[in-house]
Design a protein around this ligand. Structure first.
Ligand code: 6GU
Length: 234
C-alpha cells in the first residue's frame, strides 16, 4: 500500500512513524508512506495557506489553491489513483470496519488541515470522503490521520507478527464486533490475584468458549452500545 499525507506539519508524523509496527511495515516494504508539506504549494512569498471566512466569523479557513496544487503534485507521484480522505470532525466516525475497508486499498491520500476547517470546494473538487476519529475537537487533523493510519497499517498482511496478531482484537470479526476477552500472563499468582484455572487447563475447546463468554459479558457491561448496533451477536 502507498499512503500519501498532505499536511502543514510533516514533522508531527515522524515520531509515530518511526516505532514498532509502523516502522517495521515501512522497512519491510509493506507500506510506503510519503509526507508532503502543503505550505510548499502556497502561491505568495509569505507562504500563506489560510484566510478569513467569507461571511465573517472567527478563525481562519484553509484556502483551496495550495491544497489543490499540492494534491495535483502528489497524485502524479504514483500511477495508482487512490482514495482521498479529509480529516475533519464533520466526517463519518472512524471504526474498525472502516480500518478493514481502507486496508484493502492500494493507495490512500490523507489531507489533514488546521484552523477552522477547509474551504468547502476542497471536499467537493477533490471528491474526498471525510473521516473523524470521535466526537471531540482536535487542534488539527494530524493526530487523527496518525490514528487512522496506525489502525489501517497493522491490518496489512505481514505487518503484525504472530506475537500480536490482530485476529482476536476487540471489534474484530472473531470478537463479533465486541470487546476482547481478558488476558493473563505470568506470574500465576500476583498480589493474591490468581489466573483463572481454565486458562491453565490445556483444554483449548473450553478455553475458546470461556473467552467468547467473557468477551460477551464485558461488552454487555462496558460497551452495551456495541451489542445492538448490528455488530456483536447475542
Ligand atoms: Cl479528523 N480533526 C479534528 N480537527 N478534530 C477531530 C477529528 C479530526 N476527529 C475528531 N476530532
Amino acid at each position: 500500500m502507498r499512503i500519501d499525507i498532505l499536511t502543514l506539519f510533516p514533522e508531527m508524523f515522524e515520531s509515530p512513524l518511526s516505532y514498532s509496527i509502523l516502522k517495521r511495515a515501512q522497512q519491510g516494504g509493506i507500506v510506503d508512506i510519503v509526507l508532503t508539506n502543503i505550505r510548499d504549494f502556497a502561491a505568495d512569498k509569505y507562504r500563506k495557506v489560510d484566510d478569513k471566512p467569507y461571511g465573517g466569523g472567527p478563525g481562519m479557513v484553509m484556502m483551496p489553491g495550495p491544497i489543490f496544487d499540492c494534491f495535483e503534485h502528489v497524485e502524479k507521484l504514483s500511477a495508482e489513483k487512490g482514495r482521498v480522505i479529509l480529516l475533519t470532525p464533520q466526517g463519518q466516525k472512524f471504526n474498525q470496519a472502516k480500518a478493514v475497508e481502507l486496508s484493502k486499498e492500494k493507495r490512500l491520500i490523507f489531507i489533514s488541515g488546521r484552523y477552522e476547517g477547509f474551504d468547502e470546494r476542497i471536499r467537493i473538487g477533490l471528491g474526498a470522503e471525510q473521516i473523524s476519529i470521535g466526537d471531540y475537537v482536535l487542534s488539527g487533523g494530524e493526530l487523527a490521520a496518525m490514528v487512522a493510519i496506525d489502525a489501517v497499517v497493522r491490518l496489512l498482511p505481514g505487518a503484525v507478527g504472530d506475537e500480536d496478531c490482530p485476529k482476536d482484537d476487540s471489534f474484530s470479526e472473531s470478537a463479533d464486533g465486541g470487546l476482547e476477552y481478558p488476558q493473563y500472563t505470568r506470574p500465576e499468582v500476583f498480589r493474591g490475584m490468581k489466573v483463572p484455572d481454565i486458562l491453565l487447563s490445556g483444554d483449548h475447546g473450553k478455553i475458546a468458549e470461556w473467552r467468547r463468554q467473557q468477551g460477551l459479558e464485558r461488552t454487555k457491561k462496558w460497551r452495551p452500545d456495541l451489542l445492538n448496533s448490528g455488530k456483536k451477536e447475542i
